[in-house]
Design a protein around this ligand. Structure first.
Ligand code: TYM
Length: 332
């Protein structure tokens, strides 16, 4: 049998993406596209589990398509599409719901966090979020899923659901494996490195957005918390702020953490933070201008998403048909 080289991942079009999303996910998407059959989605169905402004969601969907391409994803090599364009996601999610237990969804860390954050809107979708994610991955028979560490628990449950279904019937789904970046899989907030850098952080100074201009990027890095040890060393336990900055530098300068450490030996924190900020800003500038250029060409982006949806639908519907048959849905 042919080796399965299918790879799947997605990003939600909520807020602006942060350098955490880039370091943990998008950079890896680009690196993997030459070696795998990649499906990259814009997860707008996941996005609505938290209330979104409709015009804004529409705008961010196209902006994320442009960003993917601006970061180096080649739509001729990968299938780039919008999740809601492929109805099989919602359909498979329904089936998989019957293989998922309420108790295990209630225990999901992200569900608990988001329930706290959005206490006025703990909707069923929020709880069902990991099952929709399982449906995403399993529809494409993806063997690999590049994500940040915060998605590890969701990936584990996708594996459990796949195995449960396979055991109940016969092998139907590929059981997926996560791919995590060495340095970038868990970028911390600049003002509180124990927390993950998030698109929706309350403190905007702690998150660097891919849309931030040079001055903003540098200002945020200058304010990043460090410690009183005065040495640039990778030691997440005792020097979480400095280690986080080293991880960021390593991702954006394309160097290993050890190389970065060596480079900043004996350098003061002020200069170190400035250097990290400048490196990030230098990397972001061409991405931002390419994204802006692409957003001028809506016809091109629509064409990419349309052809992506067609290719995605073809693969997804094949899996869905198999599932429907196995569970006993009558076909005519
Ligand atoms: P989302 O949109 O929250 O995040 C997109 C990707 O960015 C990673 N990430 C981080 N990596 C390192 N450091 C950080 N601080 C950081 N913050 C976010 C996330 O791990 C993710 O890889 N549920 C997913 C989207 C999704 C998906 C899927 C992913 C929907 N369906 C199927 C894989 C497969 C999410 O919330 O992404």
């Amino acid at each position: 049998m042919e080796e399965n080289r299918k790879l799947y991942s997605a990003v939600q079009p909520t807020n602006n993406l942060t350098i955490g999303n880039y370091a943990g996910a998008v950079k890896n998407f680009v690196a993997l596209q030459n070696d795998y059959d990649c499906f990259y989605a814009i997860a707008n169905m996941h996005a609505i589990t938290v209330r979104q402004e409709p015009a804004e969601l529409r705008k961010r969907t196209l902006a994320l398509a442009a960003l993917y391409i601006a970061c180096g994803i080649d739509p001729d090599k990968c299938v780039l599409y919008v999740q809601s364009h492929v109805s099989a996601h919602a359909e498979l999610c329904w089936v998989l719901n019957t293989f998922t237990y309420v108790g295990e969804m209630e225990r999901m860390t992200q569900f608990k966090d988001k329930s706290r954050k959005h206490a006025d809107n703990i909707n069923m979708g929020l709880m069902d979020y990991p099952v929709l994610m399982a449906a995403d991955i399993l529809l494409y028979q993806a063997r690999f899923v590049p994500v940040g560490q915060d998605q590890r628990q969701h990936l584990e449950i996708s594996r459990d659901i796949a195995q449960r279904f396979n055991n109940a019937y016969s092998p139907t789904f590929t059981v997926p494996e996560g791919i995590y970046m060495k340095a970038g899989a868990k970028i911390g907030d600049l003002s509180d490195p124990a927390k993950k850098m998030s698109k929706s952080a309350e403190n905007a100074n702690g998150s660097v957005f891919l849309t931030d201009d040079r001055d903003t990027v540098i200002r945020k890095f200058k304010r990043a918390v460090t410690d009183s040890l005065s040495c640039v060393k990778y030691d997440p336990e005792n020097q979480p702020g400095v280690s986080n900055l080293l991880s960021i530098y390593s991702v954006f300068a394309n160097k290993s953490v050890a190389e970065a450490e060596k480079e900043f030996e004996g350098v003061g924190y002020g200069d170190f933070k400035l250097a990290v900020g400048e490196t990030v800003a230098d990397m972001l500038a061409p991405i931002q201008s390419e994204q802006a250029r692409l957003l001028q060409d809506k016809a091109y982006l629509d064409g990419v998403l349309k052809s992506g949806a067609e290719k995605a639908r073809y693969v997804a519907n094949k899996t869905l048909a198999k599932v429907y048959k196995k569970i006993g849905f009558y076909g005519v």
